[in-house]
Design a protein around this ligand. Sequence first.
Ligand SMILES: [Zn+2]
Length: 162
Amino acid sequence: MAKLLIDAMHINLGRWLRLLGVKTVIPENFDDNYLLSYSKRLKLILVTADKQLYQRAVKRGINAFYVKQDDVAYEIAYVMHLLRKKISFSYNNSYCSICGNKLTPIGRIKAKRLNIHSDLLKRYERFLLCKHCNKIYWEGSHWKNINRVIEEAKSYERLLDQ
Ligand SMILES: [Zn+2]
């Protein structure tokens, strides 16, 4: 599976792509030369909204996607289209939006051991745990918004696939 390297203008997009199971690096340093050498060295696909940077990458033989800043749902659909990957959220294939490491699906028993609040344990059956940064995710009220963006992205996906 391709790994992406995100530029400064696509940090939000990068977090979405992580959620949707695309291994995505959001670096600490967004200097152009750093992005170029980093993507070259680790064979990452550079995702950038900067046309000049994109052209420099291509000239150096770096795999790069030029993604203009747009509605994030469209950006998601466009990147997934370029990756030839279907948009879907799965508990078994999702990366931590904060640190980018793979998430582990856990049930109530494990979540209880991790001191998840009892109200949440009553309301939700499944959680996602990042073993790296210890963040735990669940389909709380904000998830409605997440689903809305994913559905929007899927409608763009259908247009792009035509
Ligand atoms: Zn994490």
